[in-house]
Design a protein around this ligand. Sequence first.
Ligand SMILES: *Cc1c(COP(=O)(O)O)cnc(C)c1O
Length: 388
Amino acid sequence: MRRYSAKSNTTNQPLPVALLMMTSTEIQAACGVMCINRAAIVDNYRMLARHAAPAQCGAVLKANAYGLGAETIAPALYAANCRIFFVAQLSEGVALRKILPTDAMVVVLNGVMPEAMVFCFAQQITPLLNSIDQVMAWLTLLETRQQRRAVMIQLDSGMSRLGVMSQQLMRLAAIFRERNWPAPDYIISHLANADRPDHALNMVQHARLQQAKAVFPSSRFSLANSCGMFLHLGWREDLCRPGIALFGVTQPWFSRLLKPVFTLTLTILRVQDVPAGTPVGYGSTVTATRPLRIATISAGYADGVPRNMRPPAGVCWRGVRLPVLGRVCMDSFMVDASAVSPTAGDVVEFIGTGQTLEEVAAACDTIPYEIMTRLGARFQRIMQPAGV
Ligand SMILES: *Cc1c(COP(=O)(O)O)cnc(C)c1O
């Protein structure tokens, strides 16, 4: 079988070594290949942990580590001394618990209904307690079992999503007093506008967390997600919770500190020249105004390429951007390849240095988070071998 060679590389970038190790048949068998650089994720974690210090730095690996594969990334972060892992759902927590040593804390951000708390307890998973009811159920369980487990409570400081409201802090304090509990181990809250440094709600949310500090002076506090860590140094509190920054996605005020961690390459399925007047794609939303060379690309909205993706996004062939033409289909999309001479079978870059994740997201009216977490199961995910 022919190995994929640098000669057939049409992405204009050095191909990741992991991709070079695949045969061309293997590459063609998948509609796309995600090369994931775990060492870069670990480097990003180390950078974030240094920035967080003396606060602790956890890692948010919800939605399968934003689509990149929690089960391979979590142990690498543990080896880099990460000890608090956040996921969104209980089933994600169960999967992580199986592969992480017991001294790693696994927290379920969406909380756990009182009925599932016994299971949660048995699995050594920490529920983020998102209501007074959940707090009472967890404390009662710990009292019955007479075992020490972390008590982590979310304060809804202004996002109106999950957690105990500021107005309930006195009630919460009374519950801890009546039950003779010293204090929650952690109180966390989440910023609704961490990506907008000058948004007025940021200050309000920070102030509400300080209010909770006055009520529970011996608890540890956490406010910052990735962006929040870089808003104000004081907002790092006792524990930071970066997610997207682990994967190299930044905002202008902290770019260049982090490394990109994955590339996604797709394949050209067909190259066809058509005359002016030829309609392209579903709904014939585009008609060639001049002769066009159309390349059809191997992934579509079923793979998480948004149906509404617009130019200038498309793919990169030998460093040349080929913009999308018409609507993205379920399993493919067409690009304008008139400026170049590609052949069917060529590998093109969809996410990488020639076209960044941020650029794709912007051309789809969305954010990098949504693009990443929707990248589909049909892409082959391969880990860049360590040390390259
Ligand atoms: C998703 C999430 C995070 C991580 O957010 P990023 O913006 O990806 O860093 C942190 N905390 C909570 C509660 C979250 O839901």
